[in-house]
Design a protein around this ligand. Structure first.
Ligand code: DER
Length: 232
C-alpha cells in the first residue's frame, strides 16, 4: 500500500486499541493524526463515547473542532489518559524525532502529561537508528533572538549544522504556534540521544528539542504489505 494508506492503517489500529469511554485524549499534529481523529470521531458517534480532546497545535485544535469533538486544555485536564501522535522517525529503542511539522513543543508537553503515549506512523518512519530514514535533522525550537548563538553552540559541541527553518508560504523564517523559530540540526553521526537531548535543552534560548527519549510506550507502523507492525 502507499504511505497514506499505511498511515490510516496505523492510526485506526491505535485508536481501536487504546481509546475507550470516559478518556481525556491528547491529539498530536501532522498528517497521520488526521486519520486517527477521523476514526476517533467515528467511534465517538457510533459508540456514544464520552471523550475530551487536548490539542498540540492550532492544526490539532482545528481538527478537534471540525470533527465536533469536545475541546479541552491542560488547565482543565493536566493529566491525560492517552496521547496519540505521529513521528518523523522511530528508532529501535522507541526514541523519536518529531517536529517535522513544527509542533514539537506542545506535542512533547502533552505527551508528557499522558499516562500512555502512542505513536502512529507509516513504514517510512520505521528505523533502526535515527538518521537512517529521516534526513532533515532534529528540529529544535528556539527563542528568535537567540537562534544564531544556539546554532553556533550546537555545531561547536555536537557537530553538524543547525539551520534556521525558512517558511514556504510566508516570507522569512517559520514562526511556531508559540511564536518561536526552529533550527533543524543536521547531525553527522548517531549520538547518545538521552544525553544530547538534555545538553541541548541546557543551551540558553532553546525551548525544546524534537528528540522524544523514553516517552513513547508503543508505536504502530502501517506497512507496505497492508499489515500493521507494533514496537514497544
Ligand atoms: O511535526 C510533528 O511532530 C509531527 O507529529 C510529525 O512528527 C509527524 O508528522 P506526519 O504524521 O505528517 O509524518
Amino acid at each position: 500500500v502507499m504511505a497514506e494508506e499505511a498511515k490510516k492503517l496505523a492510526a485506526y489500529a491505535a485508536v481501536d486499541n487504546h481509546i475507550q469511554n470516559n478518556q481525556v485524549v491528547g491529539i498530536g499534529s501532522g498528517s497521520t493524526i488526521v486519520y486517527a481523529v477521523d476514526r476517533l470521531s467515528e467511534r465517538v458517534r457510533q459508540e456514544k463515547l464520552n471523550i475530551v480532546c487536548v490539542p498540540t497545535s492550532f492544526q490539532a485544535r482545528q481538527l478537534i473542532l471540525q470533527h465536533c469533538l469536545t475541546l479541552s486544555d491542560l488547565d482543565r485536564h493536566p493529566e491525560l489518559d492517552v496521547a496519540i501522535d505521529g513521528a518523523d522517525e522511530v528508532d529501535a529503542g522507541l526514541t523519536l524525532i518529531k517536529g517535522g511539522g513544527g509542533c514539537l513543543t506542545q506535542e512533547k508537553i502533552v505527551a508528557g502529561c499522558a499516562k500512555h503515549f502512542i505513536v502512529i506512523a507509516d513504514f517510512r518512519k520505521d528505523s533502526k537508528a535515527l538518521g537512517q530514514q529521516w534526513k532533515k535533522g532534529v528540529p529544535i525550537e528556539v527563542i528568535p533572538m537567540a537562534y544564531i548563538p544556539v546554532s553556533r553552540a550546537i555545531a561547536k559541541r555536537f557537530g553538524g549544522e543547525a539551520v534556521l527553518r525558512m517558511a514556504v508560504s510566508k516570507a522569512g523564517p517559520v514562526v511556531t504556534d508559540n511564536s518561536n523559530f526552529i533550527l533543524d540540526w543536521k547531525f553527522e553521526h548517531s549520538q547518545n540521544w538521552k544525553e544530547v537531548n538534555t545538553a541541548i535543552k541546557m543551551i540558553p534560548g532553546v525551548v525544546e528539542t524534537g528528540l522524544f527519549v523514553g516517552m513513547a510506550e508503543k508505536a504502530y507502523f502501517g506497512m507496505e504489505d497492508g499489515s500493521v507492525k507494533t514496537r514497544d
